[in-house]
Design a protein around this ligand. Sequence first.
Ligand code: BES
Ligand code: MN
Ligand code: MN
Length: 463
Amino acid sequence: MEHQQIKEYIEANKQRFLDELIALLRIPSISAKPEHAPDMQRMAEAVKEKLIAAGADKAEVCPTKGYPVVYAEKIIDAKLPTVLVYGHYDVQPADPLNLWDSPPFEPVIKKTALHPDGAIFARGSCDDKGQAYMHIKAFELMMKTNTLPCNVKFMIEGEEEVGSANLGAWVVENKQRLKADIILISDTSIIANNTPSIDVGLRGLAYMEVEVTGPNRDLHSGVYGGAVANPINVLCKMIASMHDENNHITIPGFYDEVLALNQAERADLNKAPFDMEAYKKDLNIGDVQGETSYTTLERTGIRPTLDVNGIWGGYTGDGAKTVLPSKAFAKISMRLVPNQNSHKISDLFTAHFKNIAPKSVQVKVTPHHGGEPVVVATTSTAYQAAAQAMQTTYGKNPIPTRGGGSIPIVALFKKELGLDSILFGFGLDSDALHSPNEHYGVFNYLKGIETIPLFYKNYAAKH
Ligand code: BES
Ligand code: MN
Ligand code: MN
């Protein structure tokens, strides 16, 4: 498949490509909210229909204990290599709704500073409907132009944003039909539209919920205040104590397994362009902060973190209520790096949290979903095929980078299927994933559709 032919097909079909994505973005497939179960089903059916229309031999909405996995395949010759495409059709909740400039499930295209050609504003536009749909359109392109050079399988799940709890079991049960040579995923970012990059790392995750109980009931804060432990005060102190003055995490053993990069590797990572002023300006922050003696790229790429995602308790309604609450709660997550293990870290956290709790309170710790970190080799045929494809379509060799996010299922693919993944993302970190006004550049969407067929071409040729 020649680059010119790809560009012509995209030029002739781009309005339809956009319209089809916009129609899918109208479906509020929020996996976290049970009331959206019918939308989840509708979304899975729509993805299946799109895969059939694009040219799949068969496509199926496969039930799981949770939301279904959409599976499809096009086998042209069993002797040829097989690319297994993974993506997710579920999205994060759109809350807080009042911070959106346009409704999250009524997509609109607007220009932005970083997207002068326009960006599609909608929940899931970048994460991950837009990026997953590029693969379906690239597949259509290869089918319609008779240039698909190898076999392809699709596995588009509906529970990524809630921890992929049921995908693991589905993968194990479907090992045979998932046989492939490489997994291809577009669910990460590039550095900038004129600076292509490929993620060669993802962080793992350990997610905990804690409950701190003081007195057996809410108390009058004047009558008892000063004499009885306030669980919110205590929780804040406990949380604060989990970072030292160097922003180092204080849980004993937390860093034991962390793989330290050598100076050359760190220097390499820091070669990636990074504009501190633009970064601060984009976030409207006066300064960055993090672990002493690491750069921002290192802090998000190769170092673990501990962050409070939410904290609540006591009175938060209108006006003032003088209360010494009985309970305080927090959701605390830790991003992990090679070779940390999410189960080990959960255990260390639990033991430490209980250990630092004063006698005046009782604590309960509940682990939520987790996932293991990933590193991708740049020496593989598949990585080279992806890099070469970007070289062709961007005119620049992509920079290997470490993404700070997590896609827990990637480590599981390696463990259960023995397969490596290529993190072939085309979004920008500033596309407001999980935030109000999520968007995906029209340029990025079309560039993905342009680059993916070249990956197939290069990969099939080298394999
Ligand atoms: N697509 C993201 C992960 C991502 C985003 C990786 C940008 C690299 C760059 C994915 O959908 C996601 O949000 N994952 C969750 C993990 C999950 C267990 C909820 C995350 O990273 O918080
Ligand atoms: Mn995603
Ligand atoms: Mn996400």
